[in-house]
Design a protein around this ligand. Structure first.
Ligand SMILES: Nc1ncnc2c1ncn2[C@@H]1O[C@H](COP(=O)(O)OP(=O)(O)O)[C@@H](O)[C@H]1O
Ligand SMILES: O=P(O)(O)OC[C@H](O)CO
Length: 493
């Protein structure tokens, strides 16, 4: 019997393929970056075909590295950057336009107009989302309105729409499907009825003929074409990457939360089998569906986490490598009065202010590179506290927070996070949680596991960080952050 699972983790800046054994241990991995396109102010695009080629390349490479054959792989799990929108020709598979990435802000005015028309609550009740260019609906509408002939071809049934999971599945297997977690990020999907919503399709002027079939997250989605890996392999799991991380962190019970620090930061709390509405501008989203059971989550999304450190490295050139931030922060210490608000593409949750822009504040004559770099690290923790405060106001404080993502190798950051949140922070042994979550879903489809409870015991803590700053000191630092954010907002509440 095939024993291994391959996870394909298609992220914002790179694609990874990882092979896991039945115990969730990594056997081999391969990774490839791909180009980012910024054709206009606030626009971010990917070439979907470049993504597909990269995914096929890393999938073949990881098989080679592990010295396994396609027949050793019981199933593939796909996990992906969410919301990013692709429209392609059903006959040729050619995308009609570049993929419009989740970070892209070109539809900010459309969202603003709909908000002014009083549509936000109505949309929120159906989708759990807020009217922001982040989500797929206005990106899809933009493609249909702006690419020559796209609307007519869509109406004639010639075009298909999908988020990256769906585009990859279609290209690898010929099936046009997505899972509930990805569908829940489009702003076209009713998260209560678990169906595409006709009224939303009308609002965003989207013909239903372009939509994929929506499935549970663990399903027999299709089999890869033989030429991809040498033999057909079952695609048995599909899940948005943040939901994948929630599963990989074994946050299966109400109140358990994970926070992922990659390009952006996404704090997600499992709220059980009932959707929970936020009154403080967090998102309600689908965490996963296995069988008929759907779990929901509350989510706070921050657009700039590790990307702030990248900007400090590549834009400001203050450091040569992200790891240099550790010694600088140790030298400066937590009590830094310089604040950086990395609102380069506006602010995400809980502010949702696409017009806010970044700033560095509190500079004095003795401010040096180390203080600015430390402020960059701290901004990520302060933003997480913003999310936690919103959860607290919604009476949904998580019982614990598990962290992952590229930034959490930095012990100083995780300690400052514990201090600013005044909560213990748990870091797992396996930090490739996103891929692991997708692998678990695929393992269930392949019959290796019967349910998610089977994988809970595989989660292992590497280290727990306890708060060791007084609450008053922590609050005082956070007040400075709130003041700094208040100064960059384009409008005040
Ligand atoms: N030692 C470090 N300290 C702080 N940030 C780091 C460190 N190492 C990596 N990073 C940041 O982590 C991010 C990479 O995380 P990763 O999870 O691979 O991102 P993604 O999956 O979104 O591409 C980069 O933005 C980088 O700036
Ligand atoms: O690709 P990542 O890891 O930056 O995640 C992107 C998110 O899914 C966007 O919602």
């Amino acid at each position: 019997m095939s024993q291994f699972i391959m996870a394909i983790d298609q992220g914002t800046t790179s694609s990874r393929a990882i092979i896991f054994d039945q115990h969730g241990r990594i056997q081999a991995q391969a990774q490839a970056e791909f180009p980012q396109y910024f054709p206009n102010d606030g626009w971010v695009e990917h070439n979907a075909k470049e993504i597909l080629e990269g995914v096929i390349q890393v999938s073949r490479e990881v098989l080679q590295k592990s010295e396994l054959a396609a027949s050793d792989i019981a199933a593939i799990g796909i996990t992906n950057q969410r919301e990013t929108t692709v429209v392609w020709d059903r006959d040729t598979g050619e995308p009609v336009y570049n993929a419009i990435v989740w970070q892209d802000r070109r539809t900010a005015r459309v969202c603003e107009e709909l908000t002014l028309q009083g549509k936000e609550n109505w949309v929120n009740k159906k989708t759990g989302l807020l009217l922001d260019p982040y989500f797929s609906a206005t990106k899809l509408q933009w493609i249909l309105n702006n690419v020559d002939g796209a609307r007519e071809r869509a109406q004639a049934g010639e075009l298909a729409f999908g988020t990256i999971d769906s585009y990859l599945l279609w290209s690898l297997t010929g099936e046009h499907k997505t899972d509930v977690t990805n569908a829940s990020r489009t702003m076209l999907f009713n998260i209560h009825e678990l169906t595409w919503d006709n009224e939303l399709l009308e609002l965003f002027d989207v013909p239903s003929s372009v939509l994929p079939e929506v499935c549970a997250s663990s399903e027999e989605f299709g089999y890869t074409r033989e030429d991809i890996l040498g033999a057909p392999v079952l695609v048995g799991g599909m899940v948005g990457d943040q939901q994948g991380a929630l599963i990989g962190q074994a946050c299966f019970h109400e109140g358990m939360a994970k926070s992922t620090y990659g390009t952006g930061c996404f704090l997600m709390q499992n709220t059980g089998t009932q959707p929970r509405t936020s009154h403080h501008r967090l998102l309600t989203t689908i965490a996963y569906q296995v069988g008929d059971t759907v779990h929901y989550a509350l989510e706070g999304s921050i657009f700039m986490a590790g990307a702030t450190i990248q900007w400090i490295r590549d834009g400001l050139k203050l450091i040569g490598h992200a790891r240099e931030t550790l010694d600088m922060a140790k030298q400066v210490g937590a009590n830094n009065h310089v604040y950086m608000v990395p609102a380069f593409t506006g602010l995400g949750a809980p502010y949702w202010d696409p017009d806010a822009r970044g700033a560095i504040m509190g500079l004095t004559r003795d401010t040096g590179i180390a203080e600015i770099v430390t402020a960059g690290l701290q901004s990520v923790c302060y933003q997480t506290r913003d999310l936690l405060e919103a959860m607290a106001k919604d009476k949904a404080v998580p019982t614990r927070i598990r962290v992952d993502g590229g930034m959490v190798v930095n012990d100083w950051v995780v300690q400052f996070l514990a201090d600013i949140l005044q909560l213990p922070i748990e870091r797992p042994e396996i930090t490739e949680t996103t891929a692991l979550g997708a692998a678990y879903l695929a393992a269930i489809s392949a019959g290796q596991k019967t349910c998610l409870a089977d994988v809970a015991e595989l989660w292992q803590q590497e280290r727990s960080f306890e708060p060791n700053m007084e609450r008053a000191a922590s609050d005082q630092l956070y007040d400075g952050w709130l003041d700094a954010v208040g100064r960059v907002r384009s409008h005040r509440d």
